[in-house]
Design a protein around this ligand. Structure first.
Ligand code: ADP
Ligand code: ZN
Length: 754
């Protein structure tokens, strides 16, 4: 038997090794192996088992790494597809597919000494008072880790050993599963009676699950003939999409299928996870729900992953990388908030988890359900032209109406203030906050920029404090008393005067607005209000997020100020007011999706208001109040927005009318980067000569010309046949030589053009 192996250290090549007879039984496609490479031993993954090799003098596989079947043939096939489509070596794709915590050789279950109660001896032994106390604790727990017992009973190992000698307990090594949500109290819930809109959507999904053909997990061949086409569930915020997911999963489980639920990292809150755990903690289809996201410890991730692999967890809820979870008999993939950009990985492999979900669904013949209140242009376009099946839920579950959205024209407000320092809060918003404080209702204020002020500027000479490594200005952080770069993290002390030698003006000024300044201003305007801020600066520890949200839920906070962290998925019935302080922020981004992003953001943030009995109200402050993204969001009019936006995209042949490949070259020497970009452009021209459906733009400086000391130039290609273009680009990447210190990265279907 010969194993074809990709090595983690040597990219884009496969090597053949002989499998010694004693390892044959344990080896299969996807097994991780240790093999000799030059003088060393390295790890790799078996991609095929063959009978003969074109090479001679094959060396032997040295050993197997980790558990058998760590990588299923299907997931391996998916990794190959990712390598091809996203122009990256399959070895790197494999790294994303299998978490580091599982890949590492030393990864394993945690074993600890546990103390267990034994059947009572016929002759009860005599115990000292101290021993009796300890025994009482153990008896109550029946079994617990030794270390915890020692703490709990304030005792020593010696005392516990005495109890063991007397035949009362056993002390032994046991696997001790780490459960990241172990301390959470889960209260079981049951399916709710659905309203007609939910029932219609669910019926369609059930019908699709009903006809899923039986399939063999060991077989990785494509099943595209039988592909049910994906569903797009367009339901306004609060329309009960999650309930539809829950009942769809329940139905899938009943038919023997497992499920993956993707949620954007940011909305993977304990609240979300609890909803899934609670529903499947009991009942006929009870199962463990595994959770995968980036804030787990390596040990927790290892355990969660293996609970899935062993088939004990039939449901996985997770962020981006959970799309690769090795769920046995996978039948359903749900992608919640499918429009979210965080589904795109911003490092190699630059895959988009929603798109991978659709591809995985098509290849394996699964039901895929994409859900959103503000679907992406791409997905809605696919629904319009029949590629996806559209399910609509246009009303909220209960009597609650969508909140009333008022747009405040900041130009008028500033004129009213007659040149005095323009306020952060317009008069109407200030009034509204005051009202909420009087009625003991809660307010959320949203500003997508942290820090105190955006820039430090000298009014005399015009000097702006900029980052020495990036082409951006530094943000002033007041509590840290620092100027900070939000790109590279560079920080420096705040100057007391303009640093330009000829100027030295002491009256240097801060301009622009960040959440820190909002919080401070609130303190002045509403001294009695309890205000909390939630952004990257205030969330230092893993628990901070949970703690602030809990306090908010318990009504110990009146006003919550935050960045996009608070825009998504939170459900607080007592929030009746939402203020968007500066809606223009996301419009001023050099990206053709700026309008779409703004529309989505405003809709999502507004969705936080009025989720209880009292109707919600939203204030959107803006300098461009008549921008379509703002006006359509005000009217909760997704279709209106879509129709005008799709036309604009068509005129410019931007996605969804085409697909984009963004090539970025970066290096420390700007001239070299430019020359390399020109050279690359020529090489592309040669290879792509005669392609009808292709637009090449650039090279041009990236919108963010310099980041982390690197200069960056871009070439953008647009085509409808991306799979074909990917093939060409992969070859270009290996064949074209660039200057030594210039690096090329290829981003297929980028969501971030900066
Ligand atoms: P979405 O995900 O669309 O924003 P949710 O699923 O969070 O909406 O539902 C909003 C609220 O309505 C939740 O508290 C949920 O428990 C409740 N809900 C959902 N469906 C029903 C139903 N059929 N009957 C009663 N309450 C429901
Ligand atoms: Zn910087």
């Amino acid at each position: 038997m010969i194993a074809r192996v990709t090595l983690e250290i040597a990219l884009r090549k496969e090597f053949d090794y002989l499998v010694p007879p004693e390892l044959e039984a344990g080896i299969e496609v996807g097994t991780r192996v240790k093999v000799p490479f030059g003088p060393r031993h390295v790890t790799g993954v078996v991609t095929a088992l063959v009978d003969s090799s074109p090479h001679t003098n094959l060396r032997l596989v040295v050993g197997l790494v980790g558990v058998k079947g760590a990588l299923t043939p299907r997931v391996l096939a998916l990794a190959r597809w990712i390598g091809e489509y996203y122009c990256c070596p399959v070895e790197l794709a494999l790294k994303s597919v299998m978490p580091e915590a599982v890949r590492r050789e030393e990864a394993k279950w945690r074993e600890r000494l546990h103390v267990t109660v034994l059947p009572p001896p016929t002759d009860p032994p005599r115990l000292t008072a101290r021993q009796q106390e300890v025994w009482n604790v153990i008896e109550e727990w029946r079994e617990l880790p030794l270390q915890e017992l020692l703490k709990l009973a304030e005792t020593t190992l010696e005392t516990v050993r005495k109890l063991e000698d007397k035949g009362l307990v056993a002390i032994a090594q046991r696997v001790d599963e780490r459960d990241p949500y172990g301390r959470e109290q889960i209260i079981a819930t049951q399916s709710l009676a659905m309203n007609p809109e939910q029932a219609t959507a669910l019926a369609a999904i059930k019908a699709s699950l009903e006809v899923l053909p039986e399939r063999d997990d060991a077989d990785s061949s494509d099943q595209s003939e039988s592909a049910p086409s994906p569903f797009l569930l367009h339901g306004v915020t609060g329309s009960g999409k999650t309930e539809v997911y829950l009942q769809a999963i329940d139905y899938a489980l009943g038919r023997g299928w497992g499920a993956i639920v993707l949620v954007p990292e940011i909305s993977l809150t304990p609240q979300t996870v609890e909803r899934f755990k609670a529903r499947f903690s009991s009942g006929p289809h009870a199962t463990l729900v595994a959770v995968l996201h980036s804030h787990l410890s390596a040990g927790e991730r290892h355990d969660e992953w293996h609970k899935i692999r062993q088939g004990r967890a039939r449901i996985v809820v997770g962020a981006r990388s959970a799309i690769f979870a090795p769920v046995a008999k996978l039948g359903l993939i749900v992608v919640d908030e499918e429009h979210e950009h965080s589904y795109k990985q911003e490092e190699t492999p630059r895959y988009h988890a929603r798109d991978v979900a659709v591809v995985r669904g098509r290849r394996e013949g699964l039901v895929v359900l994409l859900g959103s209140a503000t679907p992406s242009m791409e997905s809605y376009y696919n629904a319009r032209r029949g590629k996806y099946r559209l399910l609509e839920m246009p009303s909220r579950v209960t009597e609650q109406r969508l909140p009333l959205v008022r747009v405040v024209d900041l130009r008028l407000e500033n004129r009213k203030s007659r040149g005095a320092q323009p306020g952060i809060f317009s008069e109407p918003l200030r009034e509204a906050i005051l009202q909420r404080l009087e009625r003991a209702e809660q307010t959320i204020l949203f500003l997508n920029r942290r820090g105190y002020s955006t820039s430090l500027q000298c009014p005399l000479c015009g000097y702006v404090a900029g980052c020495p490594n990036c082409s951006v200005s530094l943000t002033y952080h007041r509590s840290r008393q620092q100027l900070l770069c939000h790109i590279c993290g560079h920080h420096e002390a705040v100057p007391t005067a303009c640093p330009v030698p000829e100027c030295k003006n002491p009256a240097i000024r801060y301009s622009g607005l960040g959440t820190e300044r909002v919080e401070e201003t609130l303190g002045r305007l509403f001294p009695k209000a309890r205000v909390a801020r939630m952004d990257r600066d205030t969330l230092k520890k893993k628990e901070d997020y949970r703690r602030i949200l809990t306090e908010f839920r318990l009504g110990r906070i009146d006003i919550l100020v935050g960045t996009q962290m608070i825009a998504k998925g939170l459900h607080f019935p007592n929030v009746t007011l939402v203020g968007v302080l500066y809606a223009d922020l996301s419009l001023h981004v050099p990206d053709f999706r700026a309008g779409e992003r703004t529309f989505q953001l405003l809709t999502q943030v507004s969705g936080r208001a009025g989720r209880g009995d009292v109707e919600g109200e939203v204030f959107v402050q803006s300098f461009t109040p008549f921008h379509p993204a703002i006006q359509f969001a005000r009217r909760h009019d997704f279709l209106g927005f879509y129709d005008q936006e799709i036309e604009f995209r068509q005129q410019l042949q931007y996605p969804p009318w085409s697909r984009i490949a963004l090539l970025t070259l970066k290096g420390r020497n700007e001239e070299k980067v430019k020359l390399s970009a020109d050279h690359l452009r020529k090489e592309l021209g040669k290879r792509l000569d005669g392609w009808r459906d292709l637009v090449i733009a650039g090279p041009a400086p990236a919108p963010l010309l310099r980041a982390e000391t690197y200069y960056r130039y871009q070439i953008m290609l647009r085509t409808r046949s991306m799979a074909r273009l990917s093939g060409v680009l992969s070859r270009v990447q290996t064949e074209v030589t660039l200057a030594d210190d210039v690096q090329l990265s290829i981003d297929i279907d980028p969501v971030n053009l900066v």
